[in-house]
Design a protein around this ligand. Sequence first.
Ligand code: GTP
Ligand code: MG
Length: 207
Amino acid sequence: MHISKAAYLVSSPEVEKCPAPDRPEYAFIGRSNVGKSSLINMLCRNQKLAKTSGSPGKTQLINHFEITSVKQEGGRDYSNWYLVDLPGYGFAKVSQTQRRQWEKMIENYLRKRENLIMVFILIDSRHEPQRIDLDFVNQLGEWQVPFTLVFTKADKENQRTVAKNVKDFLNAMRETWQFLPAHVVSSAIKQTGRDKILGIISELNKE
Ligand code: GTP
Ligand code: MG
């Protein structure tokens, strides 16, 4: 799949204000600072598309990006879809009230957005399984929202550690999950995981 157009569309404070659900949509979520915006930029090969930051909590609204893709470069079989950059969870420096507001916004978005096809949950590949990520994964399971796991920042740790962290996370999921979701190891710097993620989206767009 080749992305022929990627443009920022709009930021919305709640699901009801999001653009009309007239095409497939794919959302990126995960802990604050895990690399959601960087991954979106890497996928679209545009470093200026989604705002990234060294300090957590940069993304605070539901951000829609309009994507047009073709099967092969120069092809004419266009598909239009949305990528969505969501604010991260687990940001320590916010008040209870803000956190609840975030939770409500995310829950509403994930449960009500009718064109949402797949959620990519980003997990920092440098760390051992974190309770907060496992809880979020289980929450999505309860809401029956389909998701794929993306283990980010793989360039920052040696491959053996990354592989162990991935394995341990999947093993921890086995306690509650009978079937494990697809997973991808990624690096925004090295462009790792790009083909795999775009391949997943491309397949789902066909359905
Ligand atoms: P919030 O919107 O604040 O929740 O953060 P985010 O998840 O969108 O993270 P963002 O993409 O802003 O990246 C956070 C920091 O991690 C930035 O300094 C990025 O440059 C860095 N980063 C993101 N992905 C990678 C990666 O794959 N490798 C490396 N080395 N750094 C990365
Ligand atoms: Mg962000």
